[in-house]
Design a protein around this ligand. Sequence first.
Ligand code: RAM
Length: 348
Amino acid sequence: MTRISRRTAIIGATAASVGLLLSGCSKASTDTATGSASGSAAAGGSLNMVFIPKNLGNPYFDTSDAGGKKAVEALGGTFSEVGPQTASPDGQVQYINTAAQQRASAIVISANDPTAIGSALSQARSSGTKVVTFDSDTDKQYRDLFVNQASPEGLAKVEVEGIAKQIGNSGEIAILSASANATNQNAWIELMKKDLAASYPNIKLVDVVYGNDDDQTSFDKTAALLQTHPNLKGIISPTTVGIAAAARYLSTSDKKGKVALTGLGTPNQMKQYVKDGTVKEFYLWNPADLGFLAAYAADALVKGTITGKEGDKFTAGTLGEFTVGADSTVLLGDPFAFNADNIDKFSF
Ligand code: RAM
């Protein structure tokens, strides 16, 4: 059985998918419970893994890190989650340093910047800690492996197609992103710009603004976008924090139903805005699966069963077997489309 078919069999989901695979979505295939991650990094011999999200208090990372915790516990190790309150690279450095001092076996991190945390990560690696980036990468020389949620090209395409169909292929759009240096969002935005230029001559991207993965900032930036661009037809927000804040703003404004909104969101945060008609469709992978996969990848590095070179294979528990691709990257799968027809089937 291939990885995708095995996973699809595990989740047994029936929701419709606008041509996207169901991989990793539906009722979390890693069966991750909600609730905050806990534990503490212990020095010495056995597996101890430190998860560092972009910031704390983001439901997306609560879910991904809970997936990591479940995997680490299944592996008999110790899990901890530490991180900054705001999505800044400086905030992450101190946690990287502490994890290295505590001789963590592995750091699993979503990077707030491709280079700014590089020297801290290099130092951690030179003291024996394996480094796995997940969700948002660093430059590849700073980590052993990157666990990628979905192909960046596919994510860009699905979001651009989504907004295009909702605004009738014509008009002004804007992007509400996360923090300005976020590796993942910046890669997706570049690809969206290319897609727009190549295939959508009548759609004009008039602005890209940054809500820093902070709810209030994202809310305020949405208000400002609508004021600055009175002819705006649509917003793409490729961040779960941004899209939820933008939806909240739109849902009580006179632009509700007039300005389309799509992007990447968690079903739990977006449910009410799909039901009240603010949002028609948005996309995501299963964050719990991403954390789960990252933990198994880190464990394989710690055990030395893989080194991170292309072609290395490892098994990620119930998710099945994965193969390391080019640039020491492992791919979770394809994103999934959420809309009124299926949103009630998901809980994360
Ligand atoms: C936010 C973060 C994260 C991103 C998701 C889609 O939670 O920016 O890095 O992958 O959105």
